[in-house]
Structure formats: structure tokens, C-alpha cells
Design a protein around this ligand. Structure first.
Ligand code: ATP
Ligand code: MG
Length: 285
């Protein structure tokens, strides 16, 4: 990102009446789950993907979710975002109980209050980059805030690619379109499931840097599932899942501290054996 586009992001924050360093409400809980259980199937074939999760996501923070394959990371995100029903427990987003919403209210929540970035970019192939970015607003029939749009496009470095279709863009550029699309509606929370899973290390670093700046400069809230310890270091906080339970938490993670916890969970072969006890802070209540 250029200095100019950083300034554009900060400038947009100020037109919202907030200072760039102190976006409104930073530090308060924006999304939470209590006693969250998700069971797929029934009887002998039932799989308990989430076994009782209590978690709070804080406004203006980038939270990473890590853990072994099958530990429930995607399920947690889908349940938080109202993309999947829960078996038991409650999910509250921005003060609203997601479990009490009907389909119409859920759709509205997803369109107006949430942003999504997935591993597969999920762009519409027949639309240009610009049209893909404004799609959520167009579907919700909300006007495009051009200043905000221009700031985001500049920040993700897409100004010269706006009229290209996805198949004319690199993987990194496509993921940046997906990222801009998630940000353009100023959602309460962006949920990202392995957003850098298909990117090379340079594109990953660019995307993660951009996501982190959207948090620091705009007060955006981002929850991101990742397998990559380097990606996790962009987060303020990392939550660790194992077997559908929250088993650890790190604030201000480093690659070493993340690897240490993952090693203790058996999620990463690279982590050295550690007999000195592991830094996984218990978050049990
Ligand atoms: N639609 C489904 N039907 C049945 N079981 C499912 C379904 N979706 C997920 N599961 C199971 O729930 C558990 C948690 O899956 P989930 O996709 O949340 O894991 P994950 O932590 O995201 O894994 P990965 O790192 O591989 O993406 C797994 O055992 C999985 O097989
Ligand atoms: Mg997953």
C-alpha cells in the first residue's frame, strides 16, 4: 500500500467523525457466543463440531482462529455469521441475537452488517472488479459511498484493474477484490476463512497488512481463520480450537509463540518438542 492510500483510509475515517487513532466503540464486544454447540447429523453418524464455546470478539480487533484440521474453525465462523444453524447456545452480533432471527432477518444481517472473505474468492466471473466490489451494496440497494470506495480501491491497489473481470486478474488481485468487497459496506464484522490460503507469500503479506490496517485505521473488526503462523502474527489475539473446544489464547502473538501452542495441540509438525510446558493460556470458565 502506498503512503497516499494509507492517508486515504485515514481521511475516510475522519469524514466519519472519528479520529483515525480512536474509532468509535473500539474495545467493546461486537460479537459473542455462549454455550455454542454444533452437531452435524444424528445417531451413530453424529459429529460434534463445536462442543460448547464461549467467546467474545472485540470491536476494532483482528482475531485469528487456529487449530488442527477438523477442530471446528470454519463451523465456528459459519455459526457466528448465521450461515449455519446452531444446535445449542446463543450467538449475538452487534447486540442482536442471531438465533432468534428468521431467514429474512438473517439475510439482512449478512448483507448489511457482515463481510465475508473465503479461501476461494467467490467472485462473480461475469462482473468486473468494480462491480464485484459493490455487489453487496447493489443487492441491498444501498448507495455506494464513492469516497469510501475510492479509498478502499486505492488501498488495495486495484485502481487500474477495476474494469477487468476475475479471469483477467491474478490470484492476489482477485483476493484483494474479495477483501474490498467485504469492506465496502462498512460491516460490523468481517469473517475471513483462510483468506490467504491460495496466495503466495508476497500477496499474503499484502492482504494481511491491508486487513490489519483496516482494523487499526478504520476500526474494522476482523475474525480470520488461518493455518499459517505468519498470518496469525498480524492478529491482536489468536484463539486455538481443538475438538470443538476453545483450548488456548495468545495476545500479541509471535510466530514462535503460535508454533509452540500449535505444537502442543499436535497441529504442527514443525513445532519443536517442548517439555517446559506450553504457553496455551487456559480460557476455560
Ligand atoms: N456439513 C457437515 N456435515 C457433517 N460433518 C461436518 C460438516 N461440516 C463439517 N463437519 C465436521 O465437523 C468437524 C469440524 O469441521 P470444520 O470444517 O469446522 O473444521 P476446520 O477446523 O475448519 O477444519 P479445516 O482446518 O480442515 O478447514 C469436522 O469433523 C468435519 O468433518
Ligand atoms: Mg475450515
Amino acid at each position: 500500500m502506498t503512503t497516499q492510500s494509507t492517508a486515504l483510509l485515514a481521511g475516510d475515517t475522519q469524514t466519519d467523525g472519528r479520529s483515525a487513532s480512536e474509532p468509535a466503540g473500539r474495545g467493546s464486544v461486537i460479537a459473542s457466543a455462549r454455550g455454542l454447540v454444533k452437531t452435524y447429523g444424528s445417531g451413530d453418524t453424529a459429529v460434534q463440531a463445536l462442543a460448547g464455546i464461549d467467546v467474545d470478539f472485540v470491536r476494532g480487533e483482528l482475531t485469528a482462529i487456529m487449530g488442527p484440521s477438523g477442530s471446528g474453525k470454519s463451523t465456528l465462523m459459519h455459526c457466528m455469521a448465521g450461515l449455519d444453524t446452531v444446535t445449542a447456545g446463543t450467538v449475538v452480533i452487534d447486540g442482536e441475537d442471531v438465533g432468534r432471527m428468521n431467514q429474512r432477518q438473517l439475510t439482512r444481517l449478512r448483507r448489511t452488517r457482515l463481510g465475508f472473505i473465503f479461501q476461494a474468492f467467490n467472485l462473480v466471473p461475469t462482473l468486473t472488479a468494480a462491480e464485484n466490489i459493490t455487489l453487496p451494496l447493489d443487492i441491498a440497494r444501498r448507495p455506494v459511498d464513492r469516497t469510501h470506495f475510492d479509498a478502499i480501491v486505492a488501498a488495495v491497489g486495484l485502481a487500474k484493474r477495476l474494469h477487468h473481470r476475475p479471469n483477467e486478474l491474478s490470484g492476489g488481485q482477485q483476493q484483494r477484490v474479495a477483501c474490498a468487497r467485504a469492506l465496502v459496506a462498512k460491516p460490523a464484522v468481517i469473517f475471513a476463512d483462510e483468506p490467504t490460503g491460495n496466495l503466495d507469500s508476497k500477496s499474503s503479506a499484502e492482504l494481511l497488512g491491508f486487513l490489519r490496517r483496516s482494523v487499526d485505521d478504520l476500526g474494522q473488526t476482523v475474525v480470520m481463520v488461518t493455518h499459517d503462523p505468519r498470518a496469525a502474527t498480524y492478529a491482536h489475539r489468536v484463539l486455538f480450537l481443538a475438538d470443538g473446544l476453545l483450548v488456548g489464547e495468545l495476545t500479541n502473538p509471535t510466530q514462535a509463540s503460535v508454533l509452540e501452542v500449535l505444537g502442543s495441540l499436535g497441529a504442527n509438525d514443525l513445532a519443536a518438542d517442548d517439555e517446559s510446558g506450553v504457553a496455551a493460556t487456559s480460557v476455560g470458565h
